[in-house]
Design a protein around this ligand. Structure first.
Ligand SMILES: [Zn+2]
Length: 187
């Protein structure tokens, strides 16, 4: 029943008995028990038991962060990305960020057609290169950035990398499609 130093507790959880402990910060006494008033970690000092609240400060993205997201549109010179998570942190994003990858930021070399790199629905990993409020510019030049999961545009099955560099293969319908494939591609 008694918790130890550092244990993670939720509000209302019993963290000790009144015979043994005194309530301190963020704890209270109820019917002989010491209970947590907030979500956090148990902190015991002598006979006082407290909770160190877990702060859930939402995450704001910065230049250099790596994100994952889904391609929502491919228009003109830009692929638009619904940014889902920062892979550097498990915290929730502070804003519903929207990202864009310009055709010049996809590969180190020249890319003629945006559709040879990304298609709607692809899951991508990319680096944040510019932040203006909730609008993010991304770059996928690095080998570990680019598409990490993609569906066949013909039959919607997930595709696997083929022997040809930059090409995915659909085992279901034998279709081949070009992508900017990340070395972290999941299959
Ligand atoms: Zn297919």
């Amino acid at each position: 029943m008694n918790n130890e130093q550092g244990d993670f507790v939720m509000p209302g959880d019993v963290v000790g008995v009144s015979e043994q402990y005194l309530p301190n910060k963020w704890t209270y006494e109820e019917e002989g028990f010491i209970k947590a008033a907030v979500m956090g970690n148990v902190s015991i000092e002598q006979h006082k038991i407290a909770i160190v609240p877990k702060t859930t400060t939402p995450l704001t993205l910065e230049v250099g962060d790596t994100i994952t997201g889904q391609i929502t549109n491919v228009i003109g010179q830009r692929a638009l990305v619904d940014i889902q998570t920062s892979i550097d942190s498990s915290r929730e994003l502070a804003l519903p960020y929207s990202g864009a990858i310009h055709i010049s930021q996809i590969n180190k070399g020249y890319l003629e057609r945006l559709n040879d790199a990304f298609r709607i629905g692809d899951i991508v990993e990319g680096k944040v290169v510019k932040v203006i409020n909730d609008s993010i510019d991304l770059n996928t030049e690095s080998s570990e950035h680019g598409v990490i999961k993609a569906m066949c545009t013909q039959c919607r099955h997930f595709m696997i990398p083929s022997k040809t560099v930059g090409t995915l293969y659909c085992e279901n319908c034998n279709r081949k499609e070009k992508r900017k494939i990340s070395s972290n591609y999941e299959y």
